[in-house]
Write a new protein. Sequence first.
Length: 259
Amino acid sequence: MGIINVTPDSFSDGGFFLSTQQAIAHARSLIDEGADILDIGGESTRPGSQIVSADEELSRVIPVLEALVDTAIPISIDTSKPEVMKHAIEAGASMINDVNALRNTGALEAVAPHKHVQICLMHMQGTPQNMQANPYYIDIVSEVKDYLQQRIQAANTAGIALSRLVIDPGFGFGKTLQHNLSLLNHLNEFTTLGTPVLAGLSRKSMLGVITGNNVDQRLHESVAAALLAVAKGAKIVRVHDVKASKAALAIHNALRGYD
Ligand code: PT1
């Protein structure tokens, strides 16, 4: 899954892809690099980021979606707002990626009737504004797993079949480095919930804490993290660097089932 940020404060693209045309061009280059899905976001959710209005988010995301909807690969929209979900689905989005796991009022109802639309349910403790202030868990793996199980149940009750769902432990969303490392080490355990697992580690600060590299210099650690996530059961990895990630995963795939 290739990341397309259409946000002025986006954590690693620094407003560079703000304009619709630049976002579309970036998307086309990620498709050329072999992306299987594109994830388009109009509101940054990195720690300390600003909330944007639904109208602002729509004005960022919909023109990019419309330009890409006829390309060969499915388009995911990274949003927590029911209004954005509805417009995005109308405009042809194949997937809704919600870091708030459909907890916003009206979100379950916005996606439930659209049987062809997949949904990613992600775990977050707190909100992007406060989540890194004091992350706290007694047992990170079982708490994140229980939360995702509950969100799967809420989705099922709202009429969303398990086959439409993807789950994500939410690396960096209200977690210390130790929490994130525990989740990565135990990622396999999330596969028992019966949905594909998505992992987003690309360029995140947890990688920089380990290596000391700045956000724009985390290619190698991001590729390593994506590879480890797949080795531990992830079916989808959300990445900035599609070409490098694909090359690393090709080696993993070559070994799979070979002895
Ligand atoms: C993610 C994800 C996402 N991450 C899904 N969607 C972001 N499903 C946006 C840091 O610590 O992992 N899964 N949408 C980006 N969020 C962050 C969080 C970016 C933390 C950076 C950090 O640097």
